[in-house]
Design a protein around this ligand. Structure first.
Ligand SMILES: *Cc1c(COP(=O)(O)O)cnc(C)c1O
Length: 268
């Protein structure tokens, strides 16, 4: 067990550094800074050990696409972090807080998958950002929850630009209207857009999709919808995040490049 775990986190450490390097190279190509791109580690195919190892490396932003898995993982990580805090309280501190590689005592969860209205109550208390608002009705449900719990909830609108690919997301021409509606809800902070490109062997196939999302993001910014909070463009996954960064993404969502391919079906 011990051997497997340390081998596993070694491999993960390598993969993590590679993703960080790829982000740095992509930002350099377009004259941007690595610190301007946030990376959400999508943990849907990660083991709890791998998530803990990543957090030990100092990573804070974690994403899940399924509600049940999100709840389970949040609980596991809360437990882990509270144990860490107790240990840290008992031992002298090493390193400055927030310094690279310093173990963190908090994580930020992102809901990146489709959100049904009847799951809002379960998801909203657990996450820092919902990436997948795609109807007025789900936005209203989130807003109602925010009012009841007296907080402001940060959300992205999921734009469906490559329409043959996904059944979720708002069609391009309807995005601005939904953005205006959310912007009138006092307990919602509209932060930006999320989009997904179709999976393809060639990451260049995603470029026109990301370019359109970027144009739309800038149009909405120019129209001052969302105000100064409108500043997140979440696009790019394991295969295409460099193209997304070149086209203006400032948040990428990476799963397989960190944690490998999902385990094959164990049944014989
Ligand atoms: C799984 C998932 C990702 C990560 O995809 P990879 O191809 O594993 O990097 C990103 N965004 C969403 C919405 C996902 O469901």
């Amino acid at each position: 067990m011990v051997t497997t775990h340390s081998l596993g986190s070694h491999r993960l450490g390598e993969a993590y550094r590679q993703v960080i390097d790829r982000i740095a190279e992509a930002t350099a190509r377009v004259g941007r800074e690595p610190k301007d791109v946030a990376m959400v580690a999508v943990t849907k195919n990660a083991s709890p050990d791998e998530i803990r190892a990543l957090v030990e490396m100092g990573h804070k932003d974690l994403g899940e696409s399924r509600v049940q898995q999100l709840s389970q993982r949040v609980a596991v990580m809360d437990e882990f972090l509270s144990r860490r805090r107790k240990l840290a309280g008992a031992a002298p501190k090493t390193g400055a807080p927030g310094a690279p590689g310093t173990p963190v005592d908090e994580v930020r969860w992102h809901m990146v998958g489709h959100l049904q209205r009847n799951k809002v109550k379960q998801v909203a208390p657990l996450v820092r950002l919902i990436h997948s608002i795609d109807t007025l009705r789900v936005a209203e449900e989130v807003h109602n929850f925010a009012v009841r719990s007296d907080r402001i909830i940060d959300v992205l609108i999921q734009a469906n630009i490559s329409q043959e690919h996904s059944k979720f997301g708002v069609a391009l021409p309807a995005v601005i209207h939904l953005a205006e509606q959310i912007d009138t809800m006092p307990h919602m902070q509209l932060r930006g857009l999320m989009t997904m490109a179709a999976r393809s062997d060639n990451p260049e196939d995603a470029r026109p999709i990301f370019a359109q999302a970027s144009d739309l993001f800038n149009d909405i910014k120019t129209a001052k919808i969302g105000g100064s909070g409108w500043n997140i463009l979440s696009m790019g996954m394991s295969e295409d995040f460099e193209v997304a960064i070149e086209e203006g993404a400032n948040m990428v969502r990476v799963g397989r490049a960190l944690f490998g391919e999902p385990a094959a079906d164990p049944s014989p």
